[in-house]
Ligand binder design. Structure first.
Ligand code: G1P
Length: 304
């Protein structure tokens, strides 16, 4: 039941099964991927990034309580008619405009929260034997030169194998990420010789962390099939990628852009402010309210 397509990487997997406990109570009944950044749900930014890079097929690895995501990418004829009848054509276009084609979206359920590696493995029958893009939608990424995943697809076209987006993080933060060890001399595109999931700062081989964009060779599914539990007692994608290094080239592409970690409250707030400031219809007002809030905060003598 593999999807067939034409481009070199035309399929993307989105892992959207997480419980979103960091955003409770907001995520009690709402998937965290549906939390809005300005006026679009987080998941839509990832799908738009994928489309911009030429991805045509969208595979969501979901879980219980996530049906709002399916509804979001479905048609809503009643709402469209209501908007059109009221002359709100722009809004009708917003909810209808760039929906993926019928039959290009697939939802598979992870059923058990056994980790990112397990979530990716759940997509194996849909992806089949072809390279694919992987998005962790908590990471909202604004590339300086077009979509971040597009740069990874270009590097994959040149080198094949696995390609990861990486960025420098503080040494104290290494225990929150997969960390890479690259060959000396590499700069924007690095050849990686080791990856380790969530090392302590003392054990981290570098400060380059994997962020939520990958292009993966389909043989990753074989490695995930036999994977044992790693960090956090979960089946880790990083461990499967590490086990492929002897047979499969692995490259890191240093992020050229900005990443907002919408898996954390502060990153989510930062994304709303930053993307609000990107919008010509909102920038002036957003700037004013942020400045006012800061002034009030300072005048009340609160710690900054
Ligand atoms: C996952 C990956 C990790 C990566 C991170 C990026 O971790 O396992 O290697 O650095 O995403 O956000 P998680 O954030 O799911 O714990």
């Amino acid at each position: 039941m593999s999807i067939s397509g034409t481009g070199s990487v035309d399929t993307a997997v989105f892992t959207v099964g997480g419980l979103g406990t960091r955003f409770l109570p907001a995520t009690k009944a709402l998937p965290k991927e549906m939390l809005p950044v300005v006026d679009k749900p987080l998941i839509q930014y990832a799908v738009e990034e994928a489309k911009e890079a030429g991805i045509e097929y969208f595979v969501f690895v979901t879980g219980r309580g996530k049906t709002a995501i399916e509804d979001h990418f479905d048609a809503h004829p009643y709402l469209e008619t209501a908007l059109t009848d009221r002359g709100k054509h722009d809004l009708a276009e917003t909810i209808n405009g760039d929906r993926p084609e019928p039959g290009h979206l697939v939802y598979v359920r992870q059923a058990e929260p056994l980790g990112l590696g397990h979530a990716v493995w759940c997509a194996r029958k849909v992806v089949g034997n072809r390279p694919f893009a992987l998005f962790l939608p908590d990471d909202l990424i604004r590339g300086n030169n077009g979509p971040c995943i597009g740069e990874l697809i270009d590097v994959h076209a040149e080198h094949g194998g696995n390609v990861l987006s990486v960025m420098e993080v503080d040494r104290e933060a290494t225990s929150q990420y997969g960390i890479v060890d690259s060959e000396p001399g590499s700069k924007d595109v690095m050849r990686i010789r080791r990856v380790v999931e969530k090392p302590s700062p003392a054990d981290a081989p570098s400060r380059y962390a994997i962020i939520g964009r990958y292009v993966l060779d389909p043989t990753v599914f074989d490695h995930l099939a036999t994977a044992t539990r790693g960090a956090g007692n979960e089946i880790q994608l990083t461990d499967a990628i590490e086990s492929m290094i002897p047979t499969t080239p692995l490259h890191g592409v240093v992020l050229n852009g900005r990443r907002y970690d919408c898996g954390t409250k502060v990153g989510y707030i930062e994304a709303n402010v930053a993307l609000g400031l990107e919008r010509s219809d909102l920038a002036q007002d957003v700037e004013r309210v942020v400045r006012d809030a800061l002034d009030r905060h300072t005048s009340l003598g609160r710690v900054r």
